[in-house]
Design a protein around this ligand. Sequence first.
Ligand SMILES: NC(=O)c1ccc[n+]([C@@H]2O[C@H](COP(=O)([O-])OP(=O)(O)OC[C@H]3O[C@@H](n4cnc5c(N)ncnc54)[C@H](OP(=O)(O)O)[C@@H]3O)[C@@H](O)[C@H]2O)c1
Length: 344
Amino acid sequence: MTINVGIMGYGTIGKRVADAVILQKDMKLAGVMAHSYNFRIRLAHERGIPVFAQSEETRKVLKQEGIETSGMTDDLLRTSDIMVDASPKPYGLANREKLYKPNKVKAVFQGGEKDDVGQVSFNAQSNYEDAVDKDYVRVVSCNTTGLSRSLQALHKAFSIEIARATLVRRAADPSNVKRGPVNAIVPAMELPSHHGPDVRTVIHDLEVFTTAMIVPTTLMHLHTLHVKLKKQAEVDEILDVFNRTTRLMVMQTSAGISSTAGILEYAKDRGSKRGDMMDLAVWDKGVGLHHNEVFFMQAVHQESIVVPENIDAIRAMMGEHDAHASIVATNRALGLHNPERFDY
Ligand SMILES: NC(=O)c1ccc[n+]([C@@H]2O[C@H](COP(=O)([O-])OP(=O)(O)OC[C@H]3O[C@@H](n4cnc5c(N)ncnc54)[C@H](OP(=O)(O)O)[C@@H]3O)[C@@H](O)[C@H]2O)c1
């Protein structure tokens, strides 16, 4: 069976998920919605991707620019089994009510939306099964995805008593010049920050508390974690668990990868499209122990980490019960560095 996927919101996340869909053997990109005319839509058109117009005005502008659309919103909904909604918050919720429900089309939403936009929140390695056959699923945010990957692995292996994390968040995506430049560190005045409770939407029994701050960088987020384990573990055992965890890459400090810039340089040199890093990156030399408390640092490429999760959410919602099969198929198609990892 081929799954026809439509994309609503062709920005940072939407364009990446569209490219990821094209790479899956069991999926077809039905088309992308153009909210306005811009270079992303022009490139999609030049690559032969069907473009649909969100309004009559957009259709006219696109036509003036030489882009013949394949139809309007209703047309894309008709030819799609499932929509990936990557519009800015809170349009996903409005789209669910106005577009997806009346047209009986399933939809994957993103982490900017409130968690009740979906029947479940989703992280493939934590709760794939919860999304099977669902109509509306929310893939958790980039930060929550990163936290869920490492914490789920440690929780499964050693049982976590409590996880505490401080999130050092990038101020804006690189191309988002409207939100920069920023010359300040902005502490989040909420305790816990919303990330901790969000992790619990996918790992329900985890005790976790987070704080956050925004810093003047655009490349990646960085998290420092202090995690109290119920079972005693050595540093080597912790690294071994991380090395067996899907979509998590232990970065070799001795190879000169000592910053978020180094991680993205590595991703570019590996030939990753757009220089994306879909794996969560954990520095080997950053892992340490004090009694039964493990300390480590991890980096999250906000623009791409949720892309494989969107693909697995699509498969689960379309009835694929086998989480392992979906995760490996996605990893292989996207060229993740160790696609066959079984432990998640
Ligand atoms: N970027 C990240 O770091 C990141 C990471 C994880 C999750 N997310 C989440 O992913 C979602 C999308 O974020 P993004 O960063 O991809 O946003 P983005 O780069 O701003 O892209 C949003 C896209 O949606 C279009 N759009 C605007 N208004 C719309 C509407 N009313 N209906 C449909 N489409 C509309 C925009 O078109 P125009 O160009 O015409 O405005 C643009 O193509 C958000 O929930 C966000 O929280 C973002």
